[in-house]
Design a protein around this ligand. Structure first.
Ligand SMILES: Cc1ncc(COP(=O)(O)O)c(C=O)c1O
Length: 301
């Protein structure tokens, strides 16, 4: 469906995506004052919606930002959007954004924030067609320079997205599908839009630094799945040398799910093909999706 015919939910209304408008004084536009979450709809059905909404509310609360919809209202809006956007037979990428709203007479409100009416927007689009090939064949990633962390609020999914945007552009310019962000001290943190996993000697490891990365829903699911599969896992400090020595690597996020990293900065990871532990985790995740969403039928790309 062309973007011009898509429909979004905006402040209680369903409007054509191209006609969706928010105030020029909205704190989200002015200062990145807002939060969001992104998740995948499997033939119209979200996975872990309650957990995504709980995180959205928690992150909004950290900004003293009220979320004016309850879970049932989100659920109903998502269901309607799936129908309006003809995404009941294909998978969709849903973004929920909540921003401050705005007052033209007080463009930087510091007090009485509760008088502002937050903006709530839900946008749904088909998942990119190339994701299935990336999941099957793997992707190349690049490692960014130290100091490329997403900033002081990296544990929150705020609208201050510029570090991740610049990281993705740098990755794209280098012909890569993901950028690996690195702390000031050289530790590996996360992807620009994903969490990072390595496999070394049969152990699944992921960066531990919860203050400087977004410990995502998919990461939590994967740690649970690995435990159930009997794959030992750990979260600890990881450096560039750990990545260079790893047998396997992959990224994890709600929309892209699990993507094997088969090359980093032009060099193969392991034998340059998706590894056996990555494959097992991918298969277990697919299984989880099918079991969690029985009404959705087999997931589609
Ligand atoms: C910076 C960052 N880290 C990690 C993730 C993965 O989070 P989740 O699994 O909750 O989608 C994302 C997802 O967009 C992200 O933007």
């Amino acid at each position: 469906m062309p973007a011009s015919t898509r429909v979004v939910y905006l402040n209680g209304e369903y409007v054509a995506a191209a006609a969706a408008r928010v105030s020029a004084f909205d704190g989200g536009f002015m200062y990145g004052d807002g939060v969001y979450t992104t998740l995948r709809l499997y033939r119209g059905h979200p996975l872990d919606l309650a957990a995504h909404l709980e995180r959205l509310r928690r992150h909004a609360a950290a900004l003293s930002l009220p979320v004016p919809l309850d879970d049932a209202a989100f659920d109903a809006a998502i269901d309607r959007l799936a129908t309006l956007n003809d995404l009941r037979e294909r998978d969709g990428r849903l973004r929920i954004t909540v921003s401050r709203g705005g007052d033209p007479d007080d463009p930087l409100p510091l007090h009485d924030l509760e008088r502002l009416v937050p903006t709530v927007m839900l946008a749904l689009a088909p998942v990119p067609a190339e994701l299935a090939a990336w999941a099957a064949e793997g992707i190349e990633a690049c490692v960014l320079a130290p100091g490329s962390a997403r900033g002081g609020l990296a544990h929150l999914k705020t609208l201050n997205g510029l570090p991740a945007v610049l990281a993705q552009r740098e990755a794209a310019a280098r012909g890569c599908r993901e950028a690996i962000l690195v702390g000031d001290d050289g530790r590996l943190l996360e992807g620009a839009i994903s969490n990072l996993f390595l496999v070394s000697g049969g152990v699944l490891v992921t960066p531990a630094d919860q203050d400087h990365l977004l410990a995502g829903r998919t990461r939590a699911r994967i740690l649970g799945l690995a435990a159930a599969l009997g794959v030992p896992c750990a979260d600890r400090v990881l450096m560039r040398g750990d990545l260079d020595a790893a047998d396997e690597a992959f990224t994890a996020s709600s929309v892209r799910e699990i993507l094997p990293i088969v090359r980093v900065d032009g060099r193969p990871v392991g034998d340059g093909r998706p590894g056996p532990v990555t494959r097992r985790v991918q298969a277990a995740f697919r299984d989880l999706v099918e079991k969690a969403l029985p009404a959705a039928g087999p997931p589609a790309g």
